[in-house]
Design a protein. Structure first.
Length: 135
């Protein structure tokens, strides 16, 4: 089973496989909190991936404000400049529609959320392993 999980192409697929296994193997009362935890994992992963896969910049006047643009949007922006020899100001509005603003506090909170989630996952699965081992 672990080999199969390792061979899955994405974390979403691995998480879904664990969710399926939990729903098949555990009584509903035991599966429900694990299911809720796995949904938290998926939600956190989406936020984390969004942050990890971006082009970042710092606001020139506010050091605690950072900007993120999805890599795909940045590449499309750059590619659109070349063939048309376009003036960047012609398409900067479109690019700005994809800019996300974060504060350092936002990113620090995400880090705290990730640490708390990791703790909850370890405790839940350690408890589940202990309970399964005693059965």
């Amino acid at each position: 089973a672990l080999d199969e999980l390792s061979e899955m192409g994405t974390n979403i697929k691995r998480t879904q496989a664990v969710r399926n296994l939990v729903s098949l193997e555990l009584p509903a009362a035991d599966a429900a909190p694990i299911e809720a935890l796995m949904i938290r994992v998926l939600n956190y992963a989406e936020k984390r991936n969004k942050i990890a896969h971006g082009i970042w910049g710092v606001h020139p006047d506010e050091a605690n404000v950072v900007y993120r643009i999805p890599v795909k949007r940045w590449i499309v922006f750059l590619a659109s400049l070349l063939p048309r020899k376009a003036d960047p100001s012609d398409i900067i509005t479109e690019l700005n529609e994809h800019v996300e603003t974060y504060t350092v506090a936002d990113l620090e909170q995400l880090e705290r959320d990730g640490a708390a989630l990791l703790k909850d996952v370890v405790l839940a699965f350690t408890g589940l392993a202990k309970k399964t081992g005693e059965a």
